[in-house]
Design a protein around this ligand. Sequence first.
Ligand code: GLY
Length: 599
Amino acid sequence: MRSLRSLVALVLVGSFACRDATAPDHSSGTAQAPIPSVSAEAAAPKGRAMPSGAAEAPRVALGIHGAVSSQEENATDVGLAILKKGGSAVDAAIAVGFALAVTHPSAGNIGGGGFMVIRTSDGKAFALDYREMAPAAASRDMYLDKKGNPTRGSLDGPKAAGIPGTVRGFAAAHEEFGKLPWKDLVAPAVALAKDGFALDEETAGDLARVTKKMRDLGYADTAKLFEKADGSALAKGDKLVQPELAKVLQTIADQGADAFYTGALAEKMATEVEKAGGIWKASDLSSYKAKWRDPIVFQYRGHEIVTMPPPSAGGVVLKQLLAMSQALQLDKQPWRGAEEVHLFSEAMRRAYADRNLLLGDPDFVKMPLEKLLDPAYATERTKNIDPAHATPSKDVSAGLPAKPESPQTTHYSVVDEAGNAVANTYTLNTGYGAKVAIAGTGVLLNNEMDDFATAPGKPNVFGLVQGEANKIEPNKRMLSSMTPTIVSKDGELRAVLGSPGGPTITTTVAQLTRALVDYQVPLDKAVPAFRAHHQWMPDEIITEQSIPNEVVAELEKKGHKVSRRERIGHANCIEVDPKTRGFRAVADTSRANGKAAAY
Ligand code: GLY
């Protein structure tokens, strides 16, 4: 460890101090040993054997030295190669993140931001906030028209972009937990951008659709980055080559994160964004900091859960959902039966009402976190849940359905041989973010400003109706739902969890945690199972096509409106087999691309 701080209690309830990115709090009291190195040829680690069950590439991979699960196969391969080279889980996570910026451009990014939760093999927990920040010129009503109605300005075009945090975040993680040189972690992404990689069917189809949208919005130069030279669409098997992005990544590899935030590249990015109608200033980039926050750490039925505090709402809501599940004795209900889904939906409804109205950036708003995180409060909240009937959400106006824009965040998980674990969720917000790249850089801009309550009281792209706590203010971070989470039991790593999916992220993570803890369902079974989501408003259970009709009929009988979506989330996770201590990496390939790898 390169910088150690004085001690603060590890289990944190209600206080979310932040520290700058050069000084995480290694909170358990003893200086941490360096992460031990691993070689591909190493013998089976003591106390760990292959888990039972079959590997089923690319969905399930079994291993004893290390594991990676991400949404894209080249990125997963990059992560595994870094582990085999002796890199730490954090090294591999950084390399996967840079690779996804090239191979999964709808959500992988260097122009966006996210959150990383780290649990080291000795049980210490860390939470890194590299969420985007509103530019200094941002203002509360900047996305309202003259009549006070929200425009699409927070979603499309350069004005939608917050100041990106990914590169600073990865550098901060590397500073503390990296073993391999920084340039080695960026190099695979440079190669993928420069030499290109063959498109799979899903990404090719995705690019064909989004390039049309980019052109419709007037961003033809951005569309050209993802098309053939003659302007036709790339097809499955065609190579996507991104020379401008390769150059930027090479600069980051050679000169470090500072090159992205200060100096010529940063000046150029700010100038181009402003020229295109955005409000970035070079000073926004130079003042951006990733922040180590105190993670939310709590117990759930004999398991320790480590998760992300604000400015993500994920950890607060996850804790509330699990505390309400415990109070409702949900583990006594058959898994994925109508009773369980009904009661869990009632818990979700209540937790989201709190989330949407009370949470925001801890550096700007005072939140009643002590109360929200108190299990007694969660128990109290369950008192008016009726086992036979849905409780209508208050103040629901007609016409609040979640909009069809795709929530394209991405999550990946990494574990190394020593048992260090990384859960990383990052994003451009909706697919391909603002649908425009910074001229001459190939860097896609995020449209994360829409995660603010751009018009408090009115729904955002995810149908979330949020309040003043999350209003736009200069240099503020927008509230998120990202929920990178790590589960352990008796001091041993048990699972690394997370998902994309806007507000469905947290409820997906809660359902996976409950599958593992309440029902002992292994992740290769839990991940493909149908998911259900309720976010208070709109007042409906959103679920997936695979939900059995009889479960829907029971829910409707209780008064729920149930709507089916093609898919909820994309949970690329890893579990440690409780018997053998071996790794089972699971990619969520029944919903979209992905690859799990382990060795
Ligand atoms: N951009 C989605 C989220 O952060 O929740």
